[in-house]
Design a protein around this ligand. Sequence first.
Ligand code: NAD
Length: 284
Amino acid sequence: MTILDGKKLSNKIKQEVKVQVESLQQKNITPGLAVVLVGNDPASAAYVKMKEKACEDVGIYSIVHKMPNSISQEKILEIINMMNQNPNIDGILVQLPLPSQIDTTAILEAIDPKKDVDGFHPYNVGRVVSGLDGYIPATPLGVMELLKEYDIDPQGKDVCVVGASNIVGKPMATLMLNANATVTTCHIYTKDLKSHTLKADIICVGVGKIDLITEDMVKEGAIVVDIGINRTDDGKLTGDVSFDTVSSKCSYITPVPGGVGPMTIACLLQNTVKSANNREIKKV
Ligand code: NAD
């Protein structure tokens, strides 16, 4: 069994991003990322802190717009419009989830698709589904990069994606399909999850449920990618897969932490620099 080491690869990607940032800076361009953080959910605050720190490490300018939980939709839209027009900002992301009074779709649609480094705008979703260039959500992009690093080609493989959210499962399934895999997407209404996971050469699970995937649900030699992030009662980070038992049956598996999580951040940085490079092209 081989560990798919997301921490190691993410450090390599960050180094590459840093070099690209330095070359942009020689042309007087500093890539800029703006983050909207609403409310005081500790997990969201922690993710935003990690993104800020990662930006700092590679020389990307970042600004966080912190807003109270009671903020109005109009106020958030105002900030997004401001950042859409700010030439020093290449990427805009809104940390999800948003409070219930806010229409998340309307907020995501307000982001200029050219600055949508999270890849959640329907414009980018459509482009990626169509196999065109567009911003790809960082988490599933990170999974694909990690598989590539270990020479795992999904083409022709049976892939089971567990979880079907707009930000994880659906784009994950899309990227696998684009890579010529045969994809099954499972979700809360799937009748017999095990019957699908057992057939899979690659299982990608992003649900948010500790021990959802157990040893009996995985075929011998399968590749298991655990996207889930959960906290145990004693505060430890863990994924959706029963790592200790499942890992002995796998050919490859991602750990949590140290698997998909750091890849997500690295790919967000990549997307921001990609946008900054487009700024340069537009200027010429
Ligand atoms: P979500 O709640 O929006 O979606 C969960 C999905 O899981 C839904 O499609 C639902 O139908 C499905 N589901 C729920 N229970 C199920 C069950 N018993 N069997 C099969 N499917 C089931 O969550 P999300 O935003 O997609 O996040 C999913 C997980 O991924 C969370 O643990 C989150 O923390 C994690 N996550 C990790 C990263 C990362 O960087 N590693 C990034 C984003 C999200």
